[in-house]
Design a protein around this ligand. Structure first.
Ligand code: ADP
Length: 263
């Protein structure tokens, strides 16, 4: 009997003849960070889409709390507590932090037909929830557009956690950020983990993944190179596996270009 919260067993996905993902096996547990590493075209988005209910796997099993599942719609994944924070964050830059935090799910006050958004409560919840994640937003009335990239990611993470996420998928949250801002996001990942969330951290950067990760899956051109617990893999090995993939990829592109004269 499995004791893992969420398990991927030999998951594969095909788009027609294209093998987007094959043989992906890993586990995702509360209070842990599962890192999924890979370069462009490795299958990271496909991996996310299967867990987020955007696409369904063609082979293998997805097992949630001991039962096989298949999410036919993003709503089903969300209902199961799997929330995805996409790179574009689905935020409205000109709107305030608290508005972005709730986005249509604001607490209400008053009796119909006089019900209206309870602004004070909404602001208070947004501030409190972000404080729990270690984020100090001076004024939740400020627009999201004035926040740094790391802070924006932080708002999205706090929001997902508040709305009941048990599994939090972070789609390359550090890829567009500098060193300092990446540090902000990595700290959020650790805080989400410490709050008991199961975090899936998608990245191509082994230096970001290793310090926060408990488990590592490396994808390369849709293939899983393996699934390691932290004590089975050193940072050097992780970096080498990623670098090896990247170099090979580059070489293959170069050779393909040379062969077909750039076509
Ligand atoms: P990543 O997110 O790591 O860049 P993807 O999951 O987007 O990788 O892509 C994995 C492979 O599947 C790539 O070869 C890509 O071209 C292919 N692929 C992704 N989505 C589709 C699709 N909708 N139709 C056909 N092929 C796709």
């Amino acid at each position: 009997m499995s004791t893992d919260f969420l398990e991927l067993r030999n998951i594969s996905k095909f788009y027609g003849n294209i093998i987007a993902l094959t043989g992906v096996t890993t586990t995702v547990n509360p209070g842990e960070v599962t890192c999924v590493l890979g370069d462009n075209g490795a299958g990271k988005s496909t991996f996310i889409k299967i867990l987020a209910g955007v696409h369904q796997h063609d082979e293998g099993e997805l097992v949630l709390e001991g039962s096989k599942v298949r999410f036919a719609h993003p709503r089903e994944a969300l209902a199961a507590g799997i929330a995805t924070v996409y790179q574009d964050l689905a935020m409205v830059p000109l709107m305030s932090v608290w508005r972005n935090f709730f986005l249509g799910q604001e607490p209400k006050t008053g009796v119909w037909p006089f019900r209206q958004i309870d602004i004070d409560k909404a602001k208070m919840i947004a501030k409190e929830e972000m404080a729990k994640m270690g984020i100090d937003i001076r004024d939740t009335e400020q627009s999201v557009g004035t926040l740094s990239g790391g802070e924006r990611q932080s708002v999205a993470i706090a929001r997902a956690s508040y709305f009941g996420a048990r599994v939090l998928i972070l789609d390359e949250p550090t890829s567009a950020l500098g060193v300092k801002q990446s540090g902000v996001v990595l700290r959020r990942i650790v805080e989400a983990r410490d709050q008991g969330l199961a975090v899936i951290f998608i990245t191509h950067n082994p230096n970001h993944a290793y310090p926060v990760g408990d488990r590592f899956v490396i994808l390369q051109r849709g293939q899983s190179l393996g699934n390691w617990a932290k004590d089975e893999l050193s940072q050097g090995e992780l970096t080498q596996l990623m670098a090896g993939g990247a170099e090979l990829e580059e070489l293959q592109h170069e050779l393909a270009g040379a062969d077909s004269n750039g076509g």
